[in-house]
Design a protein around this ligand. Structure first.
Ligand code: ADP
Length: 253
């Protein structure tokens, strides 16, 4: 079996004449929590978008467990086991926290079970199952007490937990997190890390964009650094800490 849960092969992308991704080949090892770092404008979000289907790369390939998934829509990728959170959470603000979770899989699961041809009874059964699953996921993410709160009224940190909870509804094997710790208080960051590590122990693979170097050095291994659209470093946290270019650019040495 391919040991890379996710890989990119020579991804190159231009915005007009500007090369945002330049021959980016990375491997995200199955079962790893891989950190993706780099200064603003390095191409991290563009890489996430090219992997998760928001952007069709000009050149190159994306593989998920060895299968070519280049250019597939985010919905299809989600159904294939690739989940992604955004830097700025995007919940449906007026809906409750629970409803936000229940929305996620309807299209996916409906598709798997036969979509428009489901009987009314099958739909009811499906809805109950989804509700139960959503409550379990909320419980796991410590959000159960907020199940009936409008999603727009919870704190920024709780919204980040909600984002991850929504992703978990699809039971993805590979999860991409875009700055999970940004703007989150230390207590909720602690909860988030605990959950990421627990999910990782259950076998889920993570690729995480994060600016908080303490977070990256403690919890991510290996670490990949991008600068000006190119991979400039790939190695362990210890190697990153000893790399003069990275030290200078990111670690404030
Ligand atoms: P990062 O996430 O590392 O901060 P981005 O991937 O957001 O970097 O951006 C990489 C470069 O591509 C930046 O210079 C940015 O201005 C440019 N860029 C990103 N998206 C677009 C776009 N839709 N159109 C034009 N330029 C873009």
């Amino acid at each position: 079996m391919d040991e890379a849960a996710l890989a990119t092969h020579g991804l190159t992308h231009y915005f007009n004449a500007f090369r945002a991704l330049d021959d980016v080949s990375i491997k995200v090892r199955r079962g790893s929590i891989t950190g993706l770092i780099g200064p603003n404008g390095a191409g991290k979000t563009t890489l996430f978008n090219a992997i998760t289907g928001g952007l069709r790369p000009g050149r190159g390939k994306v593989t998920l467990a060895g299968l070519d998934v280049t250019g597939q829509t985010p919905d299809r990728l989600f159904a294939s086991g690739l989940g992604r959170t955004f830097q700025i959470p995007r919940p449906f603000s007026r809906m409750s926290v629970l409803e936000n979770l229940m929305l996620v899989p309807l299209s996916q699961i409906g598709e798997r079970l036969g979509g428009p041809f489901l009987s009314r009874h099958a739909m009811r059964v499906q809805e109950c199952t989804i509700r139960e699953h959503a409550l379990e996921v909320l419980d796991f993410m410590t959000l159960a007490p907020l199940a009936d709160h409008p999603a727009g009224k919870i704190s920024g940190g709780q919204m980040k937990l909600l984002e991850l909870a929504r992703v978990l509804m699809g039971d993805p094997q590979v999860i991409l997190l875009d700055e999970p710790a940004a703007g989150v208080n230390p207590t909720l960051t602690g909860t988030l890390i605990e959950k990421i590590e627990e999910l990782n122990r259950q076998g889920k693979t993570f690729l995480i964009i994060e600016h908080d170097m303490d977070f990256v050095m403690r919890h991510c291994d290996p670490i990949i650094a991008l600068a000006q659209g190119r991979v400039v470093f790939e190695g362990t946290a210890a190697e990153a800490q000893a790399d003069p270019v990275l030290l200078d650019a990111y670690l404030g040495a």
